[in-house]
Design a protein around this ligand. Structure first.
Ligand code: MN
Length: 732
């Protein structure tokens, strides 16, 4: 076939499924690409234009995509490999097409190296995050499919490398997008280069037994077809032998030879209605003996990628097991071509305003662990996705950081020592400032020096991740201890002088232990260090010590009076120790008042808080984000009863708080949650589960935690449990 005949075939294919396609523009794109790639050759010796044409053919024939996608596919290597530019393509075609081409080029530029599973997962996520328009990833997959089909012309190392990449990145993405046919082909082509011996064995065995298999499939097809005919069910029955990679995996997983794998056949019955699906199932189970536990109803409970079908495995009279999948035509198209089947191409091919439709795709992409797709969609994680940025280390590891992250976050994510010794940063080879915002796919390199001075205090403001901030704080706490002590001591002594308290009162041996206990430090140096790095203030220290000094003096006086007035031999009850009412809370302008934590939002140390002076019950402390404390809700006549409160340095070891967990109910869910609780050594005072009719569960937990940091990390842990959709802190 000549190049132009191939182009004509593409036009015919497009016309068949999209009569309104913009054929003029498609022709213009072909001419433009042919011109741009003029003189370039593929490894096979063919003119380069063959490749974009073939990619466009896949996009048209298999995925039935819109005109912009076809044009994008024809131009997909133009920015990367020719002198064509984004501006040029935007002007000649459309900005959307230019963005598609640019998007594909960006994915092409990413360098992969095989890594452990978690790394691969991050890579796949990054690819999706970078794609923005789902058509970018579809063109990229078609590009990869054609390259895999023509891999024989590449060198052996290149074949292996590309095949591995395909197996680890592109086949799983195709699977998640619901494109089974393409996923299989990618897997089989990869296997051919990754394990040629096994691949050839499987393929040749299948070829050897072809006639035997064909006879079995023909017989079964006829048997099934005849019964359905009798019942008047309109149907089509297809039989196939499982594809080589799926046989390979079975051999590998079950450690078996190919002739020991029986489950080689799959039949598919396509009918008109969902009701017919269940009727067919009845017929299948009537003719053949079903294998227990192998029936799956993906019509009632579709897979996260939208897949619907009934699956059952049965045994023929001859004892040969085989799988039967039953579905409607519509379900079939979605199963084969996934996202693309959902694609409603616009007549005329202008695909504006289609963003909203990709939303469900993003959601399903977020639903990880394709292996067991039973668990339902984590709708919450869509937001999380937008909150993340994926960047590379120089050796190709992917770091997953919060959106807006800077080189400081990156450095501390690698190791605190890297952050503490950082003297400079490069992004994609260029020196950047420390507040440079990282983008998906950036390669970040941190320059370190042994003689680095360490982090500066303004890094705390620049860093986006709490991990980096807490590591910086740690550094100031540890590394600068001497300096902190000197600084802390100076400000403490200045404050003492200001309040007119002589230092010797503090250092007096009969006072010092009580005073230190009052501020919760083991020694004066520890307190000075804390003041020095900013974890505690000199004012607080002096205020508390002054109170304590007064209390000690009063107590001495009382004791003195007691010994004077009470007859010898009679012991008076000790002066009751005043209980510490503030419970780690500092109330501005009020010392030692009664403090209680509001039940509606159960604040813990680290939360932003506000106080409300109740009538008779002291100060009630709310989280600043509690609806009950929101400024709109405050009654004007009570305005002066809302006061500032803050956490002191002497917070207790545990605070009671509550969590609400919303999940898709499943077996062992509560078990897994309690495992997470016990793994984090969280004390639970109550756990209450409520299930709803639509199979959701709401779990209310009362737990004791030290601070919000511990709480956040627990919430993250729970959030990772399969089935958990949302973890909330109730308020209001
Ligand atoms: Mn290409």
């Amino acid at each position: 076939m000549t190049v132009f005949e191939q182009y004509e075939q593409l036009e015919r294919t497009v016309r068949q499924y999209n009569p309104g396609a913009d054929l003029d523009q498609i022709r213009a794109a072909f001419d433009f690409a042919e011109q741009a790639h003029q003189g370039q050759k593929r490894k096979s010796g063919e003119p380069y234009i063959i490749h974009p044409l073939a990619v466009a053919q896949i996009i048209a024939e298999e995925l039935h995509l819109d005109s912009e996608s076809i044009i994008g596919a024809l131009l997909h290597d133009c920015i990367e490999d020719t002198r064509a530019t984004h501006e040029q393509i935007a002007k000649l075609f459309s900005p959307t097409v230019a963005n598609l081409v640019e998007g594909v080029s960006k994915l092409t530029r990413i360098q992969y190296a095989t890594k452990e599973d978690e790394q691969m997962e991050n890579l796949r996520k990054m690819l999706i995050a970078m794609s923005k328009d789902i058509r970018v990833i579809l063109i990229k997959i078609a590009d990869r499919l054609h390259n895999m089909r023509t891999m024989e012309y590449q060198s052996a190392p290149k074949q292996k490398q590309k095949s591995l990449e395909t197996m680890e990145i592109y086949a799983p993405i195709a699977h998640r997008l619901g494109m089974q046919r393409i996923k299989w082909e990618l897997e089989d082509l990869s296997l051919k280069y990754l394990d040629p011996v096994a691949y050839n064995e499987i393929v040749s065995t299948l070829a050897e037994k072809q006639s035997e298999y064909d006879a079995f499939m023909k017989k079964t097809q006829e048997q099934l077809g005849a019964r359905l005919e009798e019942l008047g069910i309109h149907h089509k029955v297809y039989g196939r032998i499982k594809h080589p990679y799926s046989i390979y995996r079975k051999m590998y997983n079950q450690n078996k030879q190919i002739n020991e794998i029986f489950d080689l056949f799959a039949f598919r019955v396509i009918v008109d209605t969902t009701t017919d699906c269940y009727n067919v199932l009845g017929v299948v189970h009537d003719i053949y003996k079903p294998i227990l536990g192998r029936f799956k109803d993906y019509i009632g409970t579709p897979k996260p990628n939208g897949y619907q079908s009934l699956h059952t495995t049965v045994i023929s009279e001859a004892g040969i097991p085989f799988e039967v999948q039953i579905r409607t035509q519509e379900m079939h198209e979605i199963a084969e071509y996934g996202v693309a089947a959902h694609w409603k191409y616009k007549q005329g091919g202008q695909g504006a305003g289609t963003e909203g439709r990709y939303e469900w795709v993003r959601r399903l992409l977020e639903n990880q662990e394709g292996a067991d797709a039973e668990d339902y969609i984590h709708s919450l994680k869509v937001d999380m996705f937008a909150d993340e940025v994926f960047v590379f280390t120089p050796n190709g590891d992917v770091q997953n950081l919060p959106a807006g992250a800077t080189p400081i976050d990156f450095a501390y994510a690698i190791h605190s020592a890297v952050g503490n010794h950082m003297v400079g940063a490069k992004v994609n080879g260029r020196i950047v400032t420390f507040d440079h915002v990282l983008k998906n796919g950036d390669i970040v390199e941190i320059q370190t020096s042994k003689s680095a001075k360490g982090p500066s205090r303004d890094w705390m403001q620049i860093a986006k991740s709490s991990e980096a901030r807490s590591k910086i704080r740690q550094w100031f706490k540890k590394e600068k201890r001497e300096e902190n002590i000197v600084r802390g001591r100076a400000s403490f002594e200045a404050e003492m002088k200001h309040c007119g308290i002589p230092m010797k009162d503090v250092t007096a041996p009969e006072n010092l232990p009580g005073l230190l206990k009052r501020v919760s430090f083991g020694s004066l140096d520890e307190m000075y260090a804390a003041i020095g790095y900013g974890g505690f203030t000199a004012q607080k220290a002096v205020n508390r010590m002054r109170d304590e000094l007064m209390r000690i003096q009063k107590q001495h006086q009382a004791e003195k009076q007691a010994t004077e007035t009470v007859a010898p031999g009679v012991t008076r009850p000790a002066v009751p120790k005043r209980s510490r009412s503030e419970q780690g809370i500092i109330v501005e302008g009020l010392d030692n008042c009664l403090v209680k934590f509001s039940k509606c939002c159960t604040p813990v140390p680290g939360d932003d808080i506000v106080g409300f002076i109740t009538r008779g019950y002291g100060v009630s402390v709310h989280r600043a984000d509690c609806p009950n404390a929101s400024p709109e809700r405050r009654r004007p006549d009570q305005a002066d009863r809302w006061i500032k409160v803050s956490w002191g340095a002497d917070t207790k070891d545990s605070y009671s708080t509550s969590l609400e967990i919303i999940c898709k109910d499943r077996n062992n869910l509560v078990l897994d949650i309690s495992a997470a609780l016990s793994a984090t050594q969280t004390r639970v005072s109550s756990l209450n589960v409520r299930t709803t009719e639509d199979k959701f569960a709401v779990i209310n937990l009362e737990i004791d935690v030290k601070d919000s940091q511990q709480l956040q990390s627990l919430m993250r842990k729970i959030n990772q449990i399969s089935g958990v959709l949302q973890v909330n802190r109730p308020a209001g």
